[in-house]
Design a binder for this molecule. Structure first.
Ligand code: C2O
Ligand code: CU
Ligand code: CU
Length: 478
């Protein structure tokens, strides 16, 4: 069957928040979609990959006329795509060439916290280079890199510090998915911006504690893009990289598409849609089959009724690949006996946002969970339908499973690994959580201004046989 609604079909902007900024179609000529090039390793062996990731400031031609001042990784905006092959050991130099402190957070990566994970306890000061090493030990997925210095994560991401990471593994490599990067397999980073005088961004002028938005969609750092399609099937690795915006995606003429992967990897079964909603930081990999579209035609991807990307269909070779009904097995471990359900409450809007009635404090550990224990967490959004927002709940250091929404089955595309889940107003989402590595990890709302505003807490994943202490930053040491 084909799902034809967004599941949560309440347009949050209509009923809940007067501050919502609707998207507008840009009135500049169409431009070719930027596809981030693959980052060239400094060195690569059969077992090890070495990268340098440099955060830097620069200027990017986004609109006709003046260039926009932007930040990026190994470039002036966003990043080049990094490939982490499962089983390999990665060695990454993190270089900060910005005028201020930043951190390098690997969103969705299962690595020890808090330093390798790169949240707010792992600052890299201007002019400094730090080094991390880790083994890639999780399924193939689209992850992302973004800045995470508290409390200026939102502003740094707005400047452009967000990048794409593709984890590969042997299991995904055997599935009949397009994977010719840049041709039939491309990332789509969905963001929105407002352009001020001289084509510049002005974070402070646009500031909204419920999340900064702009009326102009920016896709992979391109305004008003088109992409030339030369294959029948196209794989889009979509990331909601916006500070606050939800994307309500569909194609022209309700062309159906198939979701094959969620945040943490390939889903057990493909799910067919005509409409798909993504909340902040969520990923969906979809395959679009243009087999019924004639060369010369254009298929447009929209959010609501605003065009995001125009896919110009060229001649392609017929492709009769069909996806298997079952893609991968997802482990579903038993809950560790005797562990109570952990409750997490996300409340408030604007400056009042909190987790469990508290604002984030860098030096306070809010919860502890033994490594290897499998626990249920109930995440509640106390906002209601009259005055509320979807809070996308994100955890560092783990990929979790979604058990239920208000006691009912999760959405059909929520049966795979997730690290971010949209919790709707008045809803409790039950998730199953376990940690494989020790560390202090953040969990928070991924409306980034809510995170910076204190809707964040941290948990220590601990191993009782190997107790550890951590150097936790605080505002003063920053
Ligand atoms: Cu996408 Cu705390 O991060
Ligand atoms: Cu994260
Ligand atoms: Cu929120």
């Amino acid at each position: 069957s084909i799902y034809t609604d967004y599941f949560f079909d309440e347009a949050a902007f209509n009923t809940h928040d007067g501050g919502y900024v609707p998207l507008e179609e840009p009135d500049i000529p169409q431009q070719p979609l930027r596809v981030p090039p693959l980052l060239k390793p400094d060195k690569e062996t059969a077992t090890d990959t070495y990268y340098t990731v440099e955060a830097q400031a620069g200027e990017t031609q986004l609109l006709p006329g003046k260039k926009t001042k932007t930040w990026g990784y190994n470039g002036t905006l966003l990043s080049q795509t990094m490939v982490f092959a499962k089983g390999k050991t990665m060695h990454i130099d993190l270089k900060n060439s910005l005028p201020e402190l930043t951190t390098f957070h690997w969103h969705g990566l299962n690595v020890p916290g808090p330093y390798t994970d790169g949240g707010c306890h792992a600052p890299v000061y201007p002019g400094e280079t730090k080094h991390i090493d880790f083994k890639v030990d999780q399924p193939a997925a689209l992850l992302w890199l973004h800045a995470h210095p508290c409390p200026s994560t939102a502003e740094q991401v707005w400047h452009g510090l967000a990048g794409t990471v593709i984890v590969t593994d042997e299991q995904e490599a055997k599935l009949p998915f397009p994977r010719n990067y840049g041709v039939d397999d491309i990332p789509l980073v969905l963001q929105d911006r407002r352009f001020h005088a001289d084509n510049q961004w002005d974070y402070n002028a646009d500031y909204d504690p419920d999340g900064v938005q702009g009326p102009t969609a920016m896709i992979n750092g391109t305004i008003n893009p088109y992409f030339d399609v030369t294959t029948q099937r196209l794989r889009l690795r979509i990331l909601d990289g916006a500070n606050r915006r939800e994307w309500r995606l569909h194609f022209s003429n309700d062309l159906p598409f198939t979701q094959i992967a969620s945040d943490g990897g390939v889903m057990p079964e493909p799910v067919e849609f005509t409409h798909l909603m993504l909340t902040c930081a969520e990923r969906a990999e979809i395959i679009v089959d243009f087999g019924k579209i004639k060369p010369g035609q254009t298929v447009t991807l929209y959010s609501d009724d605003v065009p995001l990307v125009r896919f110009r269909i060229h001649d392609y070779q017929r492709d009769d690949v069909t996806l298997p009904e079952h893609l991968v097995d997802i482990p579903d471990p038993e809950v560790t006996p005797g562990t109570p359900v952990r409750k997490v409450v996300m409340s408030g809007m604007d400056e009042q946002v909190m987790i469990d009635g508290k604002k984030f404090e860098m030096q306070r550990i809010d919860a502890r969970q033994k490594v290897g224990n499998v626990e249920l967490w109930d995440i509640t959004n106390t906002n209601d339908m009259d005055a509320g927002m979807v809070h996308p709940f994100h955890m560092h250091g783990t990929q979790f499973l979604i058990v239920s929404r208000n006691g009912k089955a999760p959405y059909p595309n929520e049966r795979g690994f997730k690290d971010t889940v949209g919790v709707n107003p008045g809803e409790t989402v039950r998730i199953k959580v376990w940690f494989e590595h020790t560390g202090v990890y953040m969990y928070h709302c991924h409306i980034i201004e809510h995170e910076d505003g204190g809707m964040m807490a941290q948990i220590e994943a601990y191993d009782p046989d190997h107790p550890k202490t951590y150097k936790l930053m605080d505002m003063d040491t920053l």
